[in-house]
Design a protein. Structure first.
Length: 129
């Protein structure tokens, strides 16, 4: 089995596991801009000790060349604590902002991992002027 066969996708407005990429469609070359990645924009994902998003990765694939990892965001607090599951003092929400500069057009790719439902993907083309 190949990794690509394990990746799931869908419409983030109705599927709570799909990573959402919020970024401009066009940017100026070599100028910083922000990309937001998150889970649960349209349909909230549970964030409990038993069921949560563990991580999101953001990658960039230029039109020519290989894929680059831009960010690896780990979400490590899901309500665990001394009083037991879901009774802890803190939860991390599966959202992050990443500032990047691109010199070439390509595709932004996001991967996420749910501890129960596995790997999910999404992508967005981005043009550099």
């Amino acid at each position: 089995m190949k990794l690509g066969e394990l990746l799931r996708s869908g419409d983030w407005k109705s599927e709570k596991h799909v990573p959402v990429i919020t970024a401009p469609e066009r940017v100026k070359g070599d100028e910083p801009f922000d990309i937001r990645i998150g889970i649960g924009e349209g349909e909230p994902h549970p964030n409990t000790t038993e069921h949560h998003i563990r991580w999101i990765k953001l990658l960039f694939e230029p039109k020519e060349g290989f894929t680059f990892e831009l960010a690896d965001v780990q979400f490590t607090a899901h309500g665990e604590g001394l009083k037991g599951a879901n009774a802890g003092p803190v939860y991390t929400e599966p959202f992050a902002n990443v500032r990047v500069r691109l010199k070439e057009s390509g595709t932004l790719l996001a991967l996420s991992y749910c501890n129960i439902h596995g790997l999910w993907e999404s992508s967005q083309a981005i043009e550099v002027e």
